[in-house]
Design a protein around this ligand. Structure first.
Ligand code: AMP
Ligand code: ZN
Length: 112
């Protein structure tokens, strides 16, 4: 996956502002924040998009949610964030390495 920007971030070939890292996942600030707190949680395993998640990835997908909550808590938005996975370019997915957006701190509900 040498052309995948998020694989390059995982490999340290492109810099990122890391928030959390372990053997399975990485969390880092989104470079173009759409909320007061906007970070991404990605698996270190290259999975292109949500529809490519397989049964073997069940634990990994759950861990992404748990780490998202942990980092949200650490950044003061434990009770004010939403979770978005874009799936496919028609939905707005631009980077084809699975990523979970955490958008927090808006202080009021989103349109949907
Ligand atoms: P999506 O539209 O769901 O594919 O979202 C991709 C997200 O990745 C966007 O919110 C971008 O701002 C973010 N992004 C792209 N490149 C980087 C980068 N080098 N570091 C951090 N975030 C990035
Ligand atoms: Zn990748």
């Amino acid at each position: 996956m040498s052309e995948c920007i998020f694989c390059k971030i995982i490999a340290g070939e492109i810099p990122s502002q890391k928030l959390y890292e372990d053997n399975d996942v990485l969390a880092f600030w989104d470079i173009s924040p759409q909320a007061p707190v906007h970070f991404l949680v990605i698996p270190k395993k290259h999975i292109a998009m949500p529809v490519d998640i397989e049964e073997d990835d069940d634990l990994l997908a759950g861990k992404m949610l748990r780490i998202g909550a942990k980092v949200a808590r650490e950044n003061g938005v434990a009770d004010d964030y939403r979770v978005i996975f874009n799936n496919g370019s028609k939905s707005g997915q631009v980077v084809f390495h699975l990523h979970m957006h955490i958008l927090g701190g808006k202080g009021k509900p989103w349109p949907m």
